[in-house]
Design a protein. Sequence first.
Length: 119
Amino acid sequence: MQTSIKLKNMRFYANHGVLPQEKITGNNFVVNVTFTADVSRSFETGDVADTVNYAAVYDLVKAEMAVPSELMEHVAGRIFSKIKRSFPVINKLEVRLAKLSPPVSGEMEASEIIITDYE
């Protein structure tokens, strides 16, 4: 039995970006993680060891967001890889990383990268 779990709208302030100003002043980012795993054992046991610990996933995302990168693709790729390695029970994963108010010559709510792996 597969269960979908979403960690929605995790907010971070970080120094990711190509432009020098982005590296100095930083920006607001939103991360969404959706995954599918068989955690049905936890339905019976009520034990966090039988599911994917959401706090551990959050901590992993938080740690990767704290490491400055020029490209959002790099940050999202690191988050994706770390989650897959840390939680082998996950068989489908999507990581969305959005930069709010990116520095462009116009008005834009966000730029977003989406990495998916549906085996």
